[in-house]
Design a protein around this ligand. Structure first.
Ligand SMILES: Cc1cc2nc3c(=O)[nH]c(=O)nc-3n(C[C@H](O)[C@H](O)[C@H](O)COP(=O)(O)O)c2cc1C
Ligand code: SF4
Length: 433
């Protein structure tokens, strides 16, 4: 199995096994939203990525955004404008998946002080009453909860919103639907015993994904459907109720049986921490004067922002970079299901990709490396084993996004190295079509 070989997901033939993993584009819903998405995503397709996964988009018109500037996809008139994006991706012989999301307890109305002040009435949708560590953070003022635990009927309504958004997306030319299942959003909150203490049918968190599956099939037909699936094995030791690796394997088995067409296993924590973006403490980003006011607005003052930075430093010790950190989980799941398994997370060199494909996974994705090198596939496809991504996993691109800043590489020597590669023609590539 080679990176350059085609692969089929639910009837969709993808020209090769390299994908751009979902990364927030922060393109919003304004007049320039489609242009911004095109300029962010087209280079990956033009340079040869088999599949481009758009970053998470929110299925409702109010609440549920995990970060500033996320694009909402509840409105068919807006989503139909995205056909300009899907056409551009298809012009290069590539394919595109939309990722659907609702933040639930991880929404901005929980953590972003400025947003809360501007939207005092927005409540968080909750699977159950927030667990005690989050209630504690609420009490000391770091988070602010005003949760509304969904009734059974409201859970069905939310699942129907995922279905409707998928229907609009397929009408706009998207080739696949991807669920944001492992970034501590509402899907993970259903799956996780840390969050889910319901006593109705949705106490079994997989049931939510089953109903979402059925809603998507009803609204969007047999569109290829994939989801991230978490194993919460990176959670701090005091978190006793969490999704183990064995649980994640079982979840995946059930999802494949239900009709999900591909799975993306991700090791993470129960909190929105650095466990899903392992790497260094983003020293430069925290010190950058251009973002200081934005950090203070997001975290409720300069002192609070400093404390969050300190917490970020501690996290980076626990979640230091670990090459291909999801590979073991992917291999265990690949043994248990008969649908393609996609691996991402810390995959940086071509030799590593070649050894993962066919044993641990069926496709390989990269996320942050696409911020550093938007035309990365041109350098990676048909390349030698020592070809390495320029990205150093320093995370300077991640923190400024809390202020609404664009998702771009922000480390000068990495950008210089990319500039030199560009001058040397490393990103030139003949179009396939
Ligand atoms: C800034 C940023 C935004 C991200 N946004 C999303 C997202 O919208 N949806 C998602 O499922 N994962 C998201 N991720 C996680 C990535 O898809 C990926 O799993 C993670 O970055 C690890 O891959 P990497 O080491 O190649 O960066 C994001 C990661 C980063 C750094
Ligand atoms: S700032 Fe650049 S080098 Fe650092 S993680 Fe982000 S993309 Fe990679």
């Amino acid at each position: 199995m080679r990176l350059e070989d085609p692969v089929t997901i639910g009837g969709l033939t993808i020209p090769n096994r390299l994908y751009r993993a979902p990364l927030l584009e922060c393109a919003g819903n304004g007049e320039d939203a489609v242009d911004r998405l095109v300029s962010e995503l087209e280079p990956a397709a033009e340079a040869g990525a088999g599949l481009v996964c758009q970053g998470a988009t929110v299925v409702r018109g109010e609440g549920g955004c995990a970060a500033p500037g996320m694009t909402r996809v509840h409105d068919p008139a807006f989503v139909s404008r995205l056909s300009r994006l899907t056409d551009r991706i298809h012009d290069h012989g590539s394919t595109i998946a939309i990722q659907l999301e609702h933040g639930g307890l991880r929404s901005m109305e929980t953590w972003h002080a400025g947003y809360r002040e501007a939207n005092p009435d927005v409540q968080q949708l909750a699977v159950s009453r927030p667990p005690w560590p989050l209630r504690l953070l609420d009490r000391v003022g770091f988070l602010s909860y005003d949760p509304r635990v969904m009734t059974t009927e409201e859970v069905y309504d939310l699942a129907a919103d995922f279905g409707r958004a998928a229907g609009h997306a397929v009408d706009a030319g998207y080739d696949a639907v991807h669920l944001a299942g492992a970034n501590m959003g509402v899907v993970q909150q259903f799956l996780s015993p840390f969050y889910n203490r319901r006593d109705d049918e949705f106490g079994d968190g997989v049931r939510f994904l089953e109903v979402v599956h059925d809603e998507i099939r009803a609204a969007a037909g047999d569109v290829p459907l994939l989801t991230k699936v978490p194993a919460e094995t990176a959670a701090p030791p005091f978190v006793r109720r969490r999704l183990s690796e064995a649980d994640a394997v079982d979840v995946c088995r059930r999802l494949a049986e239900r009709g999900f067409d591909a799975l993306v296993p991700v090791v993470g924590s129960v909190f929105w921490d650095m466990s899903i973006v392992r790497g260094a403490y983003p020293e430069r980003a925290w010190r950058d004067d251009r973002f200081r006011a934005g950090y203070a607005d997001a975290f409720g003052g300069r002192l609070r922002a400093k404390l969050v930075a300190l917490g970020n430093r501690v996290e980076s010790l626990a979640y230091d970079f670990d090459p291909a950190w999801n590979a073991g989980l992917c291999a265990a799941i690949r043994d248990a299901v008969d649908v393609p398994v996609l691996a991402e997370g810390g995959i940086r060199d071509r030799g590593q990709i070649d050894s993962l494909l066919g044993s641990d996974c069926d496709m390989v994705g990269r996320a942050r490396p696409f911020y550093a090198e938007p035309r990365l596939p041109a350098r990676l496809l048909d390349a030698g084993a020592d070809t390495r991504a320029a990205c150093r996993s320093c995370n300077n691109c991640t923190v400024p996004q809390v202020t609404g800043a664009d998702g771009v590489c922000r480390t000068p020597d990495v950008l210089d190295a990319v500039g030199r590669l560009r001058k040397a023609g490393a990103y030139d590539r003949e179009e396939r079509s």
